[in-house]
Design a protein around this ligand. Structure first.
Ligand SMILES: Nc1ncnc2c1ncn2[C@@H]1O[C@H](COP(=O)(O)OP(=O)(O)OP(=O)(O)O)[C@@H](O)[C@H]1O
Ligand SMILES: Nc1ncnc2c1ncn2[C@@H]1O[C@H](COP(=O)(O)OP(=O)(O)OP(=O)(O)O)[C@@H](O)[C@H]1O
Ligand SMILES: [Mg+2]
Ligand SMILES: [Mg+2]
Lengths: 226, 226
């Protein structure tokens, strides 16, 4: 499904250069459940943004289902982002003037579904993350963990074949985290590919494979044997 | 230091009413180290915002050092917020067009310190959280955990007598979290009062007292015996 080859990402900040990813090679098959760990600043979100087609590498290639992502035009990229990939951002990225329900149904708007179907599916998605009674709240009328769950519901609503979750439980208590992980486990059991960035070992334990980054390089890549 | 008496907070959202805090009574002495835990949406941030004089209760009273906060005028409140209280927000609340160093020195600007002192202290504060080499980056040029650490450095720079930290390690790996906790422990050892909202038991274990919220009410309030 995913093939990264010698990926480098270099940011320029004034006269500084930050080498955020240094030669990352990665192969991820369809249906894998992968945890990505590493210190703050080690390049995890940068990697996720490239995988999610939200950013481009400085050098190196990214093949998604065999097709070179850099060859795709804007329409094809947008199509992939909306239909194939679900992204839970580390900083949520909700629309501040829209309600929770409006935020969650956004991917369905892009998919051209009609209003009745969108409302029904948005309501189900919010109920699945325990926010059925918060549908009409705007982000600033929600707690931190509730905003995080709206971001999760939005990422899941299109049943994406690839889910990229960047620290989806960072603001959640353990009970709520477990509910979210059950959803991710279920997604994986139905054949979807799940990548989750996390700082917590017991969350990483749900995945089948662990990739660890350090200073922009992959220093560990092991598959659970059991 | 802190005395909350029968605090209620009710938000109105359209026709709905959310009873976020339901009759909270709390006494916190100077120099205490308190962890606040509870499920997502249980009222922790609402409680912190009231303690930090960023929001007012719907009913009930808040005495800070014996003075009724509702009696203070805007200038007095602003003075307390800038000089006495350090606040690490759950969503960081950094100025997007300012650099990390400019964000960190903001409390010193309000305190009227001159530019030379502000730059020196901002640099030291950033080095203390491991971001000495990120001073000129803006928030969107920082990782999630780096933004969180800028927010922490900004809250600490005035050596506040009361530090309110709302989930300060939610985006940090365990090594970086420990560094931050050592800073908070050190602050406490020097006599400051520290309140930290956290979802993680081993972070709460650093504190001397644990307050647990459930649906806006205090359901547990125990002091460690040792
Ligand atoms: N401005 C607001 N308007 C309406 N409701 C609000 C507002 N802010 C918070 N709420 C609601 O009040 C309740 C408590 O919110 P609060 O942010 O204090 O929770 P929390 O314990 O900090 O949760 P988390 O662990 O998810 O950060 C939530 O159910 C939330 O939906
Ligand atoms: N737009 C940018 N411009 C400049 N530097 C950047 C930019 N985005 C990220 N960086 C830098 O690249 C490095 C990697 O950032 P990244 O966000 O991938 O880290 P991360 O592993 O997700 O960290 P965290 O666990 O704190 O979220 C960091 O050192 C950061 O300062
Ligand atoms: Mg990140
Ligand atoms: Mg909160």
């Amino acid at each position: 499904l995913i093939e990264l080859s010698d990926i480098h990402k270099i940011y320029e900040v004034g006269a500084d250069r930050v080498h955020a990813l240094r030669g990352v090679d990665l192969r991820i098959e369809e249906g894998e459940y992968v945890a990505v760990m590493g210190a703050s600043g080690s390049g995890k979100s940068t990697l996720m943004n490239i995988l999610g087609c939200l950013d481009t590498p400085t050098t190196g290639s990214y093949r998604l289902k065999g097709r070179l992502v850099s060859d795709l035009d804007d329409d094809a990229l947008a199509g992939i982002r909306n239909r194939e990939i679900g992204f839970v951002f580390q900083t949520f990225n909700l629309l501040p003037r829209s309600t929770a329900a409006q935020n969650v149904e956004l991917p369905l708007v892009y998919a051209g579904r009609d209003a009745g179907e969108r409302e029904r599916r948005a309501r189900e998605a919010l109920e699945a993350v325990g926010l059925g009674d918060r549908a009409k709240h705007r982000p600033n009328e929600l707690s931190g963990g509730q905003r995080q769950r709206v971001a999760i519901a939005r990422a899941l609503i299109n049943h994406p074949s690839l889910l990229l979750a960047d620290e989806p439980t960072g603001n959640l208590d353990s009970t709520t985290s477990e509910e979210i992980l059950r959803i991710l486990d279920g997604l994986h059991e139905r054949g979807h590919t799940v990548l989750i960035v996390t700082h917590e070992e017991d969350i990483a334990a749900h995945a089948h494979r662990l990739i660890r980054l350090h200073d922009g390089a992959v220093v560990e890549d092991r598959t659970a044997t059991a």
